[in-house]
Design a protein around this ligand. Structure first.
Ligand SMILES: CSC[C@H]1O[C@H](OP(=O)(O)O)[C@H](O)[C@@H]1O
Length: 351
């Protein structure tokens, strides 16, 4: 079993094809931005942080051995490829924010007369390579901050519920919401974790269950429609989920099904936490109504493993995400601490 979603060394990029998990662990090479775009769009790699890192590393693979005559040619090529990559999936903000950072770096290097074209290319590559270790260190900090808040005032092991996949297969390693669960487990204070199957892509049944079994954590898989019955029949100390885009007011876009879990959590008085790095926070949009929700192909709903499970001819609606209002979110667990939704804009501006 391997949990390394991304393998990268000196311009050579490979990703674990998550469409084949858990049955097959197969790495595919990403030679440039076209392969990067396709792998993200087809969800061979997915998860907001992983999408950003693979997208930008596919740009590194694209330019690594390319010679540029001028800095203008390099900046134009980088800008063109980034504009293409951000169209691969619309909801998660991480790739857009990462692309904006790389574009700004390229523009500043372009006007820096002390830097030649090869040095400019190396600076761009180095900044993207740094995203890998920064994501892992962010996830470790999120894990610690999350374990601290979940265990505050509690001196017994916890029972937690999570949705979709937010672990090593959605990031550069360790994970966000699943990173918090790992941190609670590392403190020997995890009694049990429940994970939802997360239809229709089944990130929970195929990926989160895979990670929990790999880590030998006490875990139970439930279907998405069991959440209310679980909270009604068993003690759940908290629900913790990831995020694809957190708006300035704390409204959060996450995997479809998250919103209804938050409603059920409210009804049962169960704390509902979002775990997300600052790279998932988009203060440029005021609230969740401005978040574009990706709609995926019908066959992802009507088929499993290539087998049709829905009646031919039935219409389908397949939004990949929904938006949970900030009012239903107890706290947003980030690498810089646990924030109330109302604190986001101020904290993000303190870069
Ligand atoms: C830390 S991953 C965040 C987020 O991404 C997943 O979506 P997808 O599998 O479609 O890329 C899911 O919403 C996770 O919570």
């Amino acid at each position: 079993m391997t949990l390394e979603a991304i393998k990268y060394k000196a311009g050579q990029l490979q990703i674990l094809d998550q469409l084949l998990l858990p049955g097959e662990s197969k790495y595919i090479s990403i030679a440039g931005v076209k392969e990067g775009w396709n792998a993200i769009h087809k969800m061979q790699v997915r998860g907001a942080p992983a999408i950003a890192i693979v997208g930008c590393l596919s740009l590194v693979a694209e330019i690594y051995d390319k010679q540029y005559d001028t800095k203008v040619a390099l900046e134009q090529d980088v800008s063109k490829h980034l504009q293409y990559l951000v169209t691969s999936r619309p909801t998660a903000v991480n790739l857009k924010l990462a692309a904006d950072d790389v574009k700004s770096l390229a523009e500043s290097l372009l006007t820096n007369e002390t830097v030649n074209v090869e040095e400019m290319k190396q600076e761009i590559i180095k900044s993207i390579e740094h995203m890998l270790e920064k994501d892992i260190s962010d996830n470790r900090a999120i894990g610690d901050n999350g374990a601290n808040v979940l265990l505050k005032g509690i001196d017994r092991p916890l029972k937690l519920l999570t949705h979709c996949n937010t672990g090593s297969l959605a990031t550069a390693g360790y994970g966000t919401a699943l990173g918090v669960i790992r941190s609670v487990g590392e403190r020997n204070l995890l009694e049990h974790v429940y994970c939802t199957e997360t239809r229709p892509y089944n990130q929970g049944a195929r990926l989160t269950a895979y990670e929990l079994v790999h880590d030998k954590l006490p875990a139970t898989l439930i279907t998405d429609n069991m959440v209310a019955a679980l909270l009604n029949s068993r003690t759940i100390d908290a629900i913790i989920v990831g995020a694809d885009r957190v708006a300035a007011n704390g409204d959060t876009a996450n995997k479809i099904g998250t919103y209804q879990m938050a409603v059920v959590a409210k009804h049962h008085g169960v704390p509902f936490y979002v775990a997300a790095p600052f790279t998932s926070i988009d203060v440029a949009i005021a609230d969740g109504s401005q978040i574009k929700i990706e709609e995926r192909p019908e066959h992802e709903l009507t088929h499993i493993g290539g087998q049709r499970i829905a009646a031919p001819g039935i219409g389908c609606w397949n939004p990949a995400f929904d938006v949970t209002p900030a009012a239903l979110i107890t706290g947003i667990i980030t690498e810089r601490g646990v924030l109330k939704p109302s604190e986001l804009t101020e904290k993000v501006s303190q870069k």
